[in-house]
Design a protein around this ligand. Sequence first.
Ligand SMILES: Cc1cc2nc3c(=O)[nH]c(=O)nc-3n(C[C@H](O)[C@H](O)[C@H](O)COP(=O)(O)OP(=O)(O)OC[C@H]3O[C@@H](n4cnc5c(N)ncnc54)[C@H](O)[C@@H]3O)c2cc1C
Length: 411
Amino acid sequence: MTTSEGYDVIVVGAGIIGLNIAFQLARNSDLRVLVLEKGPNVAQGSTGASSAVMRARYTHPEMAVAARDGLHAYRNWAEYTGLERPLATYEGIGTLWMMGEDEATVAADVQRLDALGIAAEHLDAETVTRRWPALNPCGARFDPADHTCTTGGNFLFEPEGGYFDPVSAAQDLCQAARQRGVEVRFGVEVTGLLREGSRVGGVEIGDGGTMGSGLVVLCTGPWSQAWLRANRIDLGWELRPTRIQVLTRSLPADLGPLPVVGDGCGGIYFRPEAGGSRLLVGSILEEDEKEVVADPDSFDTRLDPEFRDPKLWALHHRLPGLEMRGRVTGLASMYTITSDVHPVIGATSTEGLMVATGFSGHGFKEGPAVGAMVAAELLGRHIEEFGCEAPIEFFSPRRRPLHTDDHSVLA
Ligand SMILES: Cc1cc2nc3c(=O)[nH]c(=O)nc-3n(C[C@H](O)[C@H](O)[C@H](O)COP(=O)(O)OP(=O)(O)OC[C@H]3O[C@@H](n4cnc5c(N)ncnc54)[C@H](O)[C@@H]3O)c2cc1C
């Protein structure tokens, strides 16, 4: 065994969650923080493939507030990271929900979000067409075999929504954390926990070495379930890695401006990509989140034609002026899904071990708030001191499964 080195906190995993936690700890304390990442760089898991859509319309107020606080950090990225010239910039084009909802539903949700400090507007079809002429303001469920578009409709717009570049964001956070004294090491796999009596004493790493620390935070995304099982830690939650696909295709400039769109009628979301030259399209359907990945290190990362074609039909329904030709590419990555589609964040039954995992399609936007929650908890401080309000207890592994009508990423 190599010599054990000592740290106050070891964070396992350099995705958006681990990096935000390390950064928030370094920003708010003098603790010696080490991040260990098995890959060669940041964003090797879900983060690197994230669509990084920003929206705060969630069922539970605690999730909405976590997203709201996350969006605030991304919208003020240079201030949040303290970097003079961050790589990532916020694309604040707003997020438009086209869910086929009635007037009363949209009006009630605008009020609910407003009470949570989340900007939201109730738009009619005319306004949607004026702002984004390329969008078909149809409110009827889309079936390519049999569909008649409706006129009129009710839409919810989050003007502070938008999107971000996930890899640049992770690189920025890594640099910002390092500037504040965090050590980030790549190519180091954490294989087990060192124990001192009943509590954590550090971690074992791939080469047989050890690193000492009384606090370990596991942020291993889709690898979490296998890791916990291998270390005989029962969290009481299944953390299913599931295969998630997205596609991109060309976006002609003459379509005019577009927001991020959540399209409940077609079961898709889409947003501009690559400086507005392409469109990124993903699914909001539970049925597209069910394929369990047996081994997160080895699964089919290609786009399935069976996924691609219906999503393209739905896209053309929403953007009737979009030319049919255009090169389509895509990939599959992973969500990590719990039984109630909400993350588990907090202490485990192993003293000194915390987890922050199970983020489904929510984790990117919530990263800064999760960093604040975990840092506040570890430092024994109030979350408000970190400019956030999301309560960590709500996400505790000890909670009962939450109720949601929707078991997809829309939960
Ligand atoms: C296609 C797609 C689209 C998405 N779109 C959105 C979106 O629009 N908005 C949004 O908010 N969220 C979105 N998400 C979800 C979001 O990206 C994730 O919730 C988030 O990235 C999870 O981050 P993480 O840090 O928990 O996990 P990961 O990013 O998976 O990071 C885990 C890291 O841990 C490392 N690791 C694992 N095991 C070990 C070990 N034993 N030792 C050391 N290192 C280890 C891995 O290499 C990896 O780098 C999307 C996800 C996908 C896949």
